[in-house]
Design a protein around this ligand. Structure first.
Ligand code: NAD
Length: 192
């Protein structure tokens, strides 16, 4: 029986594949994509060509060009449709890019929005402005040691949620695996 499927990021690499896949199976696919990829990566990231391709090749695909951070638009979409499946692919996909645009990356990838998202340094500045008082703070380059309560020095809460959970791999093993993987990647790139 045909289903109604929502694909966010429908003009992107993974989203467009999902659209084609489900359209081929005669499901009704609604795609949400505002071509934000062009904002992230400039003209080379423009996805309109892919949208046009989908429009030309699919049978039951409908596209909506709004921003997934637009909460009223999303709420309206969910009022209008009862989705059987949601494939959420709208995202800022590049780790390197995230370093250059941390706030925008957070807004799109973690939700929230500019109205309720702020970096720690911005929050300090804002609170100082609001209270008229200088906060007592300092930025330390060295990593914190041993004072994280949850997840580091006291695993009790986590353990109570997941009673069967136990540590199976130590930190060194995890880091060694990451280093080995990076060395392998590096070697592969330089042997080309
Ligand atoms: N491509 C891969 O190999 C791969 C592998 C593993 C995981 N992923 C993850 O899958 C997701 C999608 O990756 P992708 O490669 O298809 O990325 P992509 O950049 O090709 O597609 C993302 C799409 O989302 C749209 N978009 C971004 N922000 C939006 C917003 N605020 N509102 C509406 N649309 C928005 C963009 O315009 C773009 O078309 C990402 O989370 C990525 O990290 C990708």
């Amino acid at each position: 029986m045909p289903k109604t499927i929502l694909v966010t990021g429908s003009s992107g690499l993974i989203g467009s594949e999902a659209v084609e896949h489900f359209d081929r199976q005669d499901h009704r696919v609604i795609g949400v994509d505002n071509n934000m990829r062009r904002v992230f990566f400039g003209p080379a990231g423009d996805t309109l060509w892919n949208l046009e391709r989908l429009k030309a090749t699919t049978k039951r695909f409908t596209h909506m060009a709004f921003d997934i951070r637009d909460r009223p638009a999303i709420e309206e979409l969910f009022r209008m449709h009862r989705f059987d499946l949601i494939v959420h692919c709208a995202a800022q996909p590049s780790h390197d890019k995230a370093r250059d645009i941390p706030l925008l990356d957070f807004e799109v990838n973690l939700g929230g929005g500019r109205e309720n998202s702020i970096s720690m340094l911005e929050a300090i500045e804002r609170i100082e402005q609001m209270t008229g008082r200088k906060l007592d703070w300092r930025y330390a380059e060295e990593a914190r040691r041993g004072d994280h309560i949850c997840y580091i020095s006291n695993l009790g809460k986590f353990q109570s949620h997941y009673p069967k959970w136990k540590i199976t791999r130590g930190l060194d093993a995890i880091l060694e695996e990451m280093v080995a993987s990076e060395r392998g990647r590096h070697a592969a790139v330089h042997s080309r």
